[in-house]
Design a protein around this ligand. Structure first.
Ligand code: HEC
Length: 158
């Protein structure tokens, strides 16, 4: 019988345990990804973010939105981005649909962007988007993107 070093046995056991805890990105299923994003979400990391001004945060949020969110959510948040048109992902509801003051707190929005879901909203927290940038996006969506059109939509309905 071949002799196996105890160190190798311990190393293999440790590797197996580590695997259980955190699989490499290629091995993770969609459910693992969601669970991992949920575990990594820490509301405190958002509480400590400070922007010099609201305008600065909105401006940064506008830039990030156009780089990474508009692909699916569309340039104005109507859910008509290129990837939706190409059939890569389901069509998200227009971001104007929500009443951000009533239905969504800033923390809800941080959580949504960081954690994502299994329906096609990516887990931005796992893609290393910083809390600071997620706060900027939250400002942009609530204060600018969704606002302009709310009045318009209300007007059409009445
Ligand atoms: C790959 C496509 C894709 C990208 C890129 C993407 N999203 Fe989404 N997002 C979705 C889909 C699909 C949904 C709807 C899933 C559902 O029905 O829960 C969604 C849902 C949301 C919602 C919830 C809206 C609601 O009313 O329920 C918010 C907020 C949101 N995304 C913000 C963002 C932000 C901010 C970014 C950029 C950092 C972003 N998304 C990038 C696909 C995407």
């Amino acid at each position: 019988m071949r002799w196996i070093s105890p160190t190798a046995v311990v190393a293999a056991a440790l590797a197996a345990a580590a695997c259980e805890l955190e699989r490499s990105p290629e091995q993770r299923t969609a459910t693992d990804e969601l669970a991992l994003a949920e575990r990594r979400f820490d509301p405190v990391a958002f509480d400590t973010v400070v922007w010099a001004s609201q305008e600065a945060a909105v401006e940064r949020g506008r830039d990030i939105y156009s780089w990474v969110c508009a692909d699916c959510h569309g340039p104005e948040g109507h859910g008509d981005g290129g990837r939706v048109i190409d059939g890569d992902t389901i069509r998200p509801e227009p971001l104007q649909r929500a009443d951000w003051q009533r239905d969504w707190s800033p923390e809800d929005l941080h959580r949504k962007v960081f954690i994502g879901n299994e329906l096609g909203m990516p887990h931005w927290g796992l893609r290393l988007m910083r809390p600071r940038d997620i706060v900027a996006l939250e400002h942009y969506i609530r204060l600018e993107l969704a606002r302009g059109d709310v009045a318009e939509v209300d007007g059409e309905e009445s």
